[in-house]
Design a protein around this ligand. Structure first.
Ligand SMILES: NC(=O)c1ccc[n+]([C@@H]2O[C@H](COP(=O)([O-])OP(=O)(O)OC[C@H]3O[C@@H](n4cnc5c(N)ncnc54)[C@H](OP(=O)(O)O)[C@@H]3O)[C@@H](O)[C@H]2O)c1
Length: 252
């Protein structure tokens, strides 16, 4: 059994997709601050490298950048392959990426946008887990964390997202649901988060500390990072399968 300082992640090797901006970047910066070795991918290699550079500038050297387009299977396989050249295991895989599509109605979106939205969230997540599973199986503490959405909850209809985004998130959630059961016997935890719209302040900006977090406020990225840290920090008997959140009043 690995021993480590409580709260520190120095012992973990973590891969994150869509880490070039927004919540993926937030996760990367926060996990780096806690000492994790990071393997960051983004659709653009430059975006991943920019976040890796930000992290190195904070004094954390154990960070690597990769390109991965979740709609292009060869790049997903190449991401996992490149990580495997650097490390013999991955302890935590974070499926953060999914293209968002806002549209007033079903017919207003282009066919290309619909395919890209469904493919990035659903096929991209399935492919990423498929290609990272050999690395996860070499870990003593393997976890797969997936950022789903309330849009992936059966019966949910309050998001303004296009129907294709609902389809992508329902597919992502359906995948992690069965995966959770199938991987449990081998001790791989599959942890899914179903947040509503959340505030995502820059983790390196003043707003990280000042974003309001009262009962009437939107859920924050800070709270979501804490959920991930709590889930992956539990002893192995504690398999938290999913996080669901009540919505704030002002959401529609
Ligand atoms: N923000 C929210 O309120 C909210 C609520 C519920 C759930 N979520 C989920 O939480 C996760 C992170 O949220 P977010 O706010 O950071 O999302 P976001 O701002 O919409 O960013 C989407 C991320 O996915 C990446 N992406 C899109 N298509 C891709 C592709 N084909 N290949 C690789 N990466 C691709 C984007 O990269 P590019 O820069 O290349 O476009 C970007 O990094 C997402 O799965 C999202 O659906 C978010």
């Amino acid at each position: 059994m690995t021993t480590h300082n409580p709260g520190r992640l120095d012992h973990l090797r973590i891969a994150i997709n869509a880490a070039g901006r927004d919540f993926g970047r937030t996760l990367a910066i926060r996990l780096a601050d806690l000492g994790a070795e990071l393997h960051l991918a983004a659709r653009s290699a430059d975006a991943a490298e920019a976040v890796a550079t930000e992290i190195r500038e904070r004094g954390h050297e154990r960070v690597h950048a990769y390109r991965c387009d979740l709609t292009a299977p060869d790049t997903v396989a190449a991401f996992a392959g490149a990580v495997a050249e650097r490390t013999d295991r991955v302890d935590v895989l974070i499926n953060n990426g999914a293209r968002y599509l806002a549209a007033a109605d079903l017919v207003s979106a282009s066919d290309e946008d619909i395919v890209a939205t469904v493919a990035s969230g659903t096929a991209g997540t399935v492919l990423t887990v498929k290609h990272f599973l050999p690395l996860l199986r070499r870990s003593d503490v393997p976890d797969i964390v997936t950022m789903v959405s309330t849009a992936g909850t059966p019966g949910h209809f309050l998001s303004d997202a296009h129907e294709a985004f609902y389809a992508a998130k329902a597919g992502q959630g359906g995948f992690t649901e069965v995966l959770s059961k199938r991987l449990r016997p081998e001790g791989i935890r599959v942890i899914s988060l179903y947040p509503p719209d959340f505030a995502n302040p820059d983790p390196l900006g003043e707003a990280w500390e000042s974003t309001p977090r009262g009962p009437q406020d939107a859920l924050t990225a800070q709270s979501l990072v804490d959920c991930v840290l709590f889930a992956i920090g539990q002893p192995r008997d504690c398999f938290i399968k999913s996080f669901h959140f009540e919505q704030a009043w002002q959401q529609h």
